[in-house]
Design a binder for this molecule. Structure first.
Ligand SMILES: Cc1ncc(COP(=O)(O)O)c(C=O)c1O
Length: 452
């Protein structure tokens, strides 16, 4: 066992030993428990250890593990169709039982729901995808398609812009525009030319001046390499992998204005922030303008693989050329049923409101736990968040790592994940209650007490 491994029990040790031999696991971390069962925010590992999941599996299970409503819709769907190529064949069924009984279940219905919810100017359309990164790629092609005529004249308008610290995925264009982790680029051949803008972190000293910051942004957009060549700017309103960096909304409005003036499509990646995570249905709802497109995945399917791009269509005078982009497993029927049930559950159980309320509560509790212990303010630089997407920013990454491990080692333990270099993310399922947070903060206190 290497020194990074926590000892959860003999079954975990034996499992990791087998795994090491056959499983190519490039992000693998054997200090994590091997999960076997979960309900809501609570999960159990194969050795019977209990945990509260404060990662939501990086924003996938906003409605918790195994939400009964979603599961019943998925089981019902399996009686009708399981495999249909969404991009080639249409399908539609009416569930007789389960949470969606009496309702239409079809890709059309899901697209209509997303169009209704998305903060995008009308008219809008939805492109079905299978994951986060593939949806990012699709959104890039949609942006390029919006310049189809211009591209014929000037093939150079195929550049993109994104922020420092951005994370948009690990394939193709998504990897090109990401910059949060240098290791991601090790095996990657950069395809697109990407202009890199400084990210306007909320509360950054000096950002209040705005002019200096915007001068930098303008200088990049108007530089010789990028002037009139950028098709789209990719934005995270809260950078997740980059370290829970919350954007300054006023700066975002100013950037949007500059993008609009230059005909640059403003695309918000909501893959981690979407579906209530930040205390609004989409983080874009905090902005004073509507983006041209948003990208969805993760929490859309409650764990079933699915992605989507919702885009305004008045920017596509020539449409999205037939056959230019597609995929086999776009919206699998079970994923569509899961997504429809999941969205209905989020609304019915007022989980967005709960994320806002519990987010505020958790933020205050975390400040008390981290600032009123033996370490005082020596270890934690700042704690901030939007809804239930909260970052505890440490001065030293090593200490953040120790906290994650100490929290996992408690019985019951907490599952925490890092972000950026020095930050721990706190993002429990949106179903979390005040009583659960209170109990979990006691666990966190105990974990901190074990550190020296
Ligand atoms: C903001 C953001 N965009 C894109 C992705 C990539 O999604 P996927 O891993 O499904 O390709 C992620 C995944 O963490 C993400 O957080």
């Amino acid at each position: 066992m290497d020194e990074k491994t926590l000892h959860y029990g003999p079954k975990t040790d034996a499992y990791y030993e087998r795994l090491r031999k056959v499983f190519l696991w490039p992000t693998g971390d054997e200090s994590r428990p091997v999960l076997s069962f979960g309900k809501g925010a609570r999960v159990t590992d194969i050795d019977g250890n209990l945990f509260s999941d404060y990662s939501s599996q990086v924003g996938v299970i906003n409605t918790g593990q195994c939400p009964e409503k979603v599961i019943s819709a998925v089981i019902e769907q399996m009686k009708y169709l399981t495999g249909v190529l969404t991009n080639d064949w249409q399908w539609r069924c009416q569930h007789e039982n389960g949470y969606l009984a009496g309702q239409e279940v079809s890709p059309l219905r899901l697209a209509e729901e997303l169009v209704r919810m998305a903060p995008i100017p009308c008219p809008q359309m939805v492109f079905p995808e299978v994951s986060g990164a593939t949806s990012v790629d699709a959104s890039g092609y949609i942006a390029l398609a919006s310049f189809l005529k211009e591209l014929a004249r000037d093939p150079e308008r195929k550049k993109f812009a994104a922020f420092h610290g951005a994370f948009h995925g690990r394939h193709g264009l998504a990897k090109d525009i990401s910059s949060s982790k240098s290791i991601h680029k090790l095996l990657h051949v950069q395809g697109y030319d990407v202009a890199r803008l400084p990210f306007p972190v909320r509360g950054t000293p000096g950002l209040g001046i705005y002019h200096g910051y915007m001068d930098q942004v303008r200088a990049i957009l108007d530089s010789e390499d990028y002037k009139d060549r950028i098709a789209a700017l990719f934005v995270e309103v809260v950078q997740g992998e980059g370290g829970v960096n919350i954007a300054d909304f006023k700066a975002m409005s100013m950037i949007y204005r500059e993008a609009e003036l230059r005909g640059i499509r403003f695309i918000v990646d909501e893959i981690q922030t979407g579906f209530g995570r930040t205390g609004k249905m989409f983080a874009s709802d905090y902005l004073s303008f509507n983006p041209d497109a948003i990208i969805l995945s993760k929490a859309l399917g409650a764990g079933f693989p699915i992605g989507a791009v919702v885009t305004r269509t008045d920017i596509l005078p020539n449409g999205f050329p037939h056959g230019a982009h597609s995929g086999t497993l776009g919206w699998a029927p079970v994923s569509v049923a899961a997504a429809l049930a999941n969205i209905q559950m989020i609304m019915e159980e007022k989980l967005v409101e709960n994320a806002r309320l519990m987010g505020g509560y958790l933020l205050e509790r975390l400040k008390k736990v981290f600032w009123k212990n033996k370490f005082g303010r020596e270890t934690v630089e700042r704690i901030d968040g939007l809804g239930l997407m909260i970052g505890v920013h440490f001065y030293f990454g090593k200490f953040a790592e120790q906290v994650v491990r100490a929290a996992a080692a408690q019985k019951p333990g907490l599952i925490l994940i890092g972000a950026g270099i020095n930050t721990i993310r706190f993002m429990p399922p949106l179903t979390v209650t005040q009583a659960e947070i209170d109990a979990d903060m006691e666990v966190l206190k105990r974990a901190l007490d074990t550190l020296s």
